[in-house]
Design a protein around this ligand. Structure first.
Ligand code: GLY
Ligand code: MN
Ligand code: MN
Length: 458
């Protein structure tokens, strides 16, 4: 946990941004895996962590935004529970460590909530048990979450403090280690699963966990691939998108794409360098006051120019981007916010997190998946993750429809069907006058990657 003063000050700021009423923040409970007492690994709710840091199950927090007082609800373990689970920090100690003066047993939550008839604000719920819990607590009314609270939380969590950035960089330190180790351990004949096991083991052996399931595949064109059953071969590229959590559950989210046998082919170099240039161009848009949608569109135009040089695209570059033709190869957004969640605050609503109030999300294929489009502010932490992918299914679909054929040379794509995909992803902080790439440097250029692999194999 951070110090109690940090949580107190976060709760005080929240109260200043909510105009009266109670704020209910339920903690998460264990989730059964295949029968009730066999649980998935516990992950606390990120908003609960943000406002009180307590990383235990079966807790609830209520903040009175009028008085600024917080009341914490939970029960000490009974003897039976201690027999199976061991002792746990006492509720009184938990309250003290989070700077909360008042604590009560869980069964008093319902009467507390209803005792003074105040409005109850709560956030969108993403777990079924929490939906039921809140509905029951609020007497089964057709309850809807509070937009006012959502906006207040987003406003606060979007700006990362120095200690939060330190956490993210601590996650990135481990992530850098396992990305470099994966480059060294990969070679023709090795199974993807072997490397995935090493990545997870690396994090777990240091008491860390991953912020999301590893993507490690020679089928890099499958954006969130979570199967690892290929045996890797010389000539293939492999895409590694993986990130550890920090001790206080802040995420990191890094992608590197590298050749299985340590040497890029000439064609792989050409595509890789387009993605590299997309990222470099996007970085120049990463400063306060700049729109991340503009950064995305700039990356798209670099993709079009590069693919035109290879004879894959044609026609006017600006018109191709305007029509969304680049999305055949770059079908996702340039990046997203990063923090306690890898897609930070996504449970609060992507549009509220990633879009300015006067900006509607596009419904064009590709641009529609841009999670972050808003004007950047100092303190934002985000990912910059352009990619180029050759997705046979999508190519076939577009080609059969003759879609945007004024911009795409479908005949030239035949030889790219097995290419896979390339993504380069880094995590940055928006500073007062620009940006800073967070965490230790992880080989990113072709030369750096080839040298890192050669060094590991020497
Ligand atoms: N690791 C998931 C993503 O990059 O969004
Ligand atoms: Mn990402
Ligand atoms: Mn990622």
């Amino acid at each position: 946990m951070f110090s109690a003063t940090i949580y107190k000050s976060r709760r005080k700021t929240l109260c200043e941004n909510v105009n009266g009423g109670l704020i209910l923040l339920p903690g998460n409970n264990p989730v059964p895996m295949n029968y009730p007492s066999n649980w998935l690994r516990f992950r606390q709710d990120s908003n609960f962590l943000y406002y009180c840091g307590l990383d235990f199950a079966h807790l609830n927090l209520v903040i009175d935004s009028d008085s600024g007082e917080s009341t914490f609800f939970g029960d000490d373990l009974c003897a039976n529970e201690i027999v199976w689970e061991g002792e746990r920090t006492l509720i009184s100690e938990m309250a003290e460590s989070a700077g909360i003066d008042n604590y009560q047993s869980s069964d008093s939550l319902q009467s507390f909530i209803h005792s003074n008839g105040k409005k109850v604000h709560f956030l969108p719920r993403y777990r079924a048990d929490q939906k039921l819990f809140v509905d029951e607590l609020l007497n089964g009314k057709n309850n809807s979450s509070s937009k006012e609270l959502i906006k207040a939380v987003i406003k606060q969590r979007s700006i990362k403090s120095a200690e939060e950035i330190e956490e993210i960089e601590s996650a990135l330190a481990i992530t850098a280690e396992f990305h470099k180790a994966a480059m060294g351990a990969t070679s023709p004949g090795v199974k993807e699963q072997t490397i995935v096991g090493q990545i997870e083991g690396h994090a777990l052996s240091q008491g860390r966990r991953l912020a999301y399931p590893v993507i490690f595949s020679v089928r890099g064109e499958i954006l969130h691939m979570n199967k690892y059953n290929n045996v890797m071969a010389a000539g293939q590229l492999v895409l590694n998108d993986s990130g550890a959590e920090s001790p206080r559950h802040y995420a990191s989210d890094i992608t590197r794409t590298f050749p299985v046998n340590g040497k890029f082919t000439d064609l792989q170099k050409k595509i890789y360098n387009i993605v590299y240039e997309m990222q470099a161009a996007a970085f120049t848009f990463c400063a306060p006051g700049k729109s991340y949608k503009e950064a995305h569109l700039k990356a798209a135009s670099i993709a079009v120019e590069g693919l035109k040089k290879l004879g894959i695209m044609k026609g006017d570059g600006d018109a191709a981007v305007e029509a969304g033709a680049h999305a055949l190869f770059f079908p996702h957004g340039l990046g997203h916010m990063l923090g306690l969640d890898v897609h930070d605050m996504e449970s609060l609503g992507e549009d509220l997190v990633g879009y300015d109030e006067d900006e509607d999300r596009s419904d064009q294929f590709g641009l529609a998946y841009l999670r972050l489009a808003k004007t950047l502010e100092p303190g934002f932490v985000l990912t910059v993750e352009p990619g180029i992918y050759f997705i046979p299914h999508l190519i076939d679909q577009w080609q059969s429809q003759g879609k945007l054929e004024e911009f795409i040379n479908y005949d030239a794509l035949e030889s790219y069907r097995d290419f896979g995909g390339i993504r380069i992803e880094d995590n940055i902080l928006i500073t007062e006058d620009g940006y800073r790439i967070l965490g230790p440097h992880i080989p990113r250029t072709i030369e750096e990657i080839e040298a890192a692999i050669a060094e590991k194999n020497a």
